[in-house]
Ligand binder design. Structure first.
Ligand code: UGA
Length: 439
């Protein structure tokens, strides 16, 4: 099929490359000329394992092209995918202006019957509005079906998730549109679930919000473990054997970040409230996550009440490993607090150094390696479980730090090994005081 993709952000770009990989002819559109110029040469604007290689393969096979000319790309496409961003408004609602703008442009440009596929995460009912906008902007007598097709890929594993997804959800009331969507995804070999358009829109929010809730729940239990002397890893292992609970997404830490969970929890909560309904579970997940972000600072203050002039190593800056994304990364607000209190930050991340320096307005805090960040430090805070960081040996902390105080927000290390090495080590929900001792 001939496919146009509007927006080459995370979702749009990975989707475009995925369709090309499965043999479709793809034209991806974006307003950003620099991005388009780079992509045309096979350079990805985002760090995502496997993406650049797959992109270059599709360029070499002439199955993908990039352009800023949306009108021409949409004119004769069989399907147009909308993958533009839906950022958060100040009040927590989703900002849909970019989507509506693209919908208008699509309506004005199409010259033959086609599908408009909405991949962006949008509040329930938005597909209806998109359809109205497209219909009202039409300049030719063509038939357009708007289909909701939410995206479930996660950053860091986006290519794998696209090629081996758990399900493809199609939201449409049109039999013909459903058939075309099945044809489009035929080569993917993934389970396809066809539902109503509103249900499809809600599947996406409900999935993300449930996962966010799972994380906030486990973080609360972890905090309770710290108080009661139980170990969260033992507790979640025991829970995970129950197939109704499952053993994934139960890692305790300093809370969820990124461009999805924080935004999507607030957007659904806002949407429900707008209809006079309060989603109490989501409200709790949001509040718990906001507090959890600062849990390492509370632990740090207990050890070092005055942070002025103290050297604090910060390891891992991105919201999770294998991405360069710093959106809603807990490291950023924590480093702002450290800066405000006069601490000397020595930060390291395998990928996101330059971006972090820009956000915090200080390049001097960036160090070139784990060792440089630890050098002479009074304490070390760990925010992201990059492999390189988790591979740091207890000896390295001991050899480089002025005082080996390590506060681990991602439970990267064996607590016994750290304690045995003489490190003052605290993590999330894994207190040392009550280590299991067989009698
Ligand atoms: C998330 C969903 O996992 C995807 O299915 C969805 O498509 C995507 O949002 C989206 O809406 O576009 P993503 O935000 O890339 O993907 O990352 P996740 O792997 O879900 O992690 C989100 C946050 O939760 C990270 O900060 C991570 O550290 C944290 N997390 C995850 C935990 O604290 N504990 C866990 O057990 C798992």
């Amino acid at each position: 099929m001939k496919i146009a993709v509007a927006g080459v952000g995370y979702v749009g770009l990975v989707t475009a490359v995925g369709f090309a990989h499965h043999g479709h002819m793809v034209t991806a559109v974006d307003l950003d000329t620099q991005k388009i110029a780079g992509l045309t040469k096979g350079i990805s604007p985002i760090y995502e394992p496997g993406l650049e290689t797959l992109l270059q393969e599709q360029l070499a096979a002439n199955r993908i092209q990039f352009t800023t000319d949306g009108a021409s790309a949409y004119a004769d496409a069989d399907a147009i995918v909308i993958g533009v961003g839906t950022p958060e408004n100040e009040d927590g609602s989703a900002n849909l202006s970019a989507i509506y703008q693209v919908a208008r442009e699509i309506g004005q440009s199409i010259q033959k019957d086609c599908l408009v596929i909405v991949k962006s995460t949008v509040p329930v009912g938005t597909n209806d509005k998109i359809e109205t906008i497209v219909q009202e902007a039409l300049k030719h007598a063509v038939h357009v079906d708007v289909v909701s097709n939410p995206e479930f890929l996660a950053q860091g594993s986006a290519i794998y998730d696209t090629l081996h997804g758990s399900r493809i959800v199609i939201g449409t009331e049109s039999r013909a549109a459903e058939e075309k969507m099945r044809e489009l995804y035929d080569a993917y070999g993934q389970p396809i679930l066809a539902v109503s358009r509103r249900s499809a829109e809600l599947v996406k929010y409900a999935s993300n919000d449930f996962l966010a809730l799972k994380i906030s729940f486990v973080n609360e239990i972890a905090n309770l473990c710290d108080i009661l002397g139980a170990d969260i890893e033992e507790v979640t292992e025991g829970m995970g054997y129950d197939p109704r609970i499952g053993n994934s997404f139960l890692r305790a830490g300093i809370g969820y970040g990124g461009s999805c969970f924080p935004k999507d929890t607030k957007a659904l909560h806002w949407l429900a409230e707008d209809h006079g309904f309060v989603l109490r579970t989501i409200e709790a997940a949001i509040k718990i996550n906001e507090k959890q972000k600062y849990v390492l600072m509370h632990k740090l203050r207990k050890e070092l009440p005055n942070l002025a002039g103290k050297k604090i190593a910060v390891l891992g800056l991105t919201f999770k490993p294998n991405t360069d994304d710093l959106r809603e990364a807990p490291s950023i607000p924590n480093m702002r607090v450290l800066q405000k209190e006069g601490a000397i930050i020595q930060a390291y991340d395998p990928i996101a150094m330059a971006k972090t320096a820009e956000i915090l307005g200080d390049a001097t805090i960036m160090k070139n390696s784990v060792e440089e960040a630890l050098d002479g430090a009074d304490a070390c805070l760990i925010f992201t479980e990059w492999n390189e960081i988790c591979a740091t040996s207890p000896d390295t902390f001991n050899n480089y730090m002025a005082t080996p105080l390590v506060l681990d927000g991602r439970n990267c290390f064996d607590k016994h090994a750290m304690a045995l090495a003489g490190i003052t080590y605290q993590s999330i929900g894994r207190p040392l005081a009550k280590v299991r001792q067989l009698q």
